[in-house]
Design a protein around this ligand. Structure first.
Ligand code: ADP
Length: 347
């Protein structure tokens, strides 16, 4: 079953502006789709129709099998729990810490304090911000701010994430890191719809592209590029595909030197651990699946406990590796005669 279906959707705003015209497309669960187009093409309107912030003037908008075109307002909050939102300007609450911002998204769904306490560190770990849990938004870089936005979108285990210009306020490096993180989340099964006019990112990612022109769907292409006009007005792709290898836990990896064999091995081991821990998303997904399919809260609690136990174990393993490496280094320094030459003032 499709997770999203637009059937002949038209949207005319009350002032008469036609934002969408006869738009029809569907998205399967697990897809990563870019919605591209110039400013005013209708990208945000598509997002707003999916979150029921706006209603179609004509046509059907179906989300996860449910026709939301005329969904009564009182059901909208329930619908929004299925969807994680990421905004261009992050929309973090300035007076709350990173952890509190993420927790808030769970609080509004009525989650228990115990569940919040468990899940917030998990998702902060997934986006590589566990160490910033107690920091306020003003103390974050742009890239970090958006990673909080992603953690907040992820915390309720949504099947769908809608990102409206997620890299619009970021420099290219941070923009790529955010896209790579979204791609990683998508690889774990979450459907992602990202509206953007960032040509380079679209070309690099080679995902499905829905292009809007003046409210009409002009292109629906898998592994698409964002096209530009060359000097002689031929349409051509801008860049070749680039593989990302973003490690969301990189900021937890304190040791980064690769000067010698020991260090290389050590970093390799750390990478393996990071990858394992990065796969927390798998655990979150499994947790989400079990939520849907099981009714026993006892089993869910047991599973969450097991996830947390495994995280603790991995953190301890990392610490042990770090310590081992420090000891090895210290021993090497001691064994090296050059390091044993005493400075004149020490004599
Ligand atoms: P995009 O996200 O691609 O920039 P939008 O979906 O925001 O495009 O807007 C599509 C068209 O609808 C634009 O012409 C815009 O001016 C118009 N529009 C958007 N929101 C409203 C609104 N609330 N009232 C009137 N016109 C609107």
């Amino acid at each position: 079953m499709n997770i999203i279906e637009f059937k002949d959707v038209n949207k005319i705003y009350p002032n008469g502006t036609r934002a969408l015209q006869d738009v029809t497309f569907s998205v399967e669960p697990g897809e990563f789709v870019f919605v591209i187009g110039e400013s005013g093409a209708g990208k945000s309107t598509i997002v707003k129709l999916l979150t029921c912030e706006e209603r179609p003037s004509q046509g059907l908008v179906i989300l996860d099998g449910q026709d939301v075109s005329e969904l009564p307002d009182k059901y909208v909050p329930f619908l929004r729990r299925k969807v994680g939102m990421i905004f261009q300007d992050f929309r973090l609450i300035a007076s709350r810490t990173v952890a509190e911002n993420v927790a808030y998204a769970m609080e509004v769904t009525g989650a228990s304090p115990k569940e919040i306490k468990r899940r917030v560190p998990l998702v902060l770990s997934v986006v590589g911000l566990k160490n910033k849990a107690d920091v306020f938004p003003a103390q974050l870089s742009g890239g970090e701010g958006q990673r909080v936005g992603i953690a907040r979108a992820l915390v309720n285990n949504p099947r769908l994430i809608l990102a409206d210009e997620p890299t619009g306020n970021l420099d290219p490096v941070n923009g790529e890191a955010i896209m790579a993180l979204l791609e990683r989340i998508n690889r774990n099964g979450t459907t992602i719809i990202a509206c953007t006019h960032d040509q380079n990112l679209v070309n690099k990612m080679q995902k499905r592209v829905l292009q809007l022109e003046k409210g009409e769907l002009s292109r629906d292409e898998y592994c698409g590029n964002y096209y530009c006009l060359s000097a002689d007005d031929d349409i051509m792709p801008i860049e070749e595909k680039v593989e990302y290898n973003y490690n969301s836990e990189a900021d937890e990896t304190a040791y980064v030197s690769n000067e010698n064999e020991d260090d290389l091995q050590f970093n390799h081991k750390l990478d393996l651990l990071s990858n394992e821990k990065g796969n927390l998303l798998d655990s979150l997904k499994q947790d989400s699946e079990s939520r849907r399919t099981r009714t026993s809260s006892f089993n869910r609690t047991k599973e969450m406990k097991e996830i947390l136990r495994r995280i603790d174990e991995r953190v301890q393993q990392r610490e042990a590796l770090r310590k081992q490496n420090e000891i090895k280094k210290a021993q090497k320094n001691r064994d090296n005669p050059e390091n044993n030459i005493m400075e004149p003032e020490e004599l």
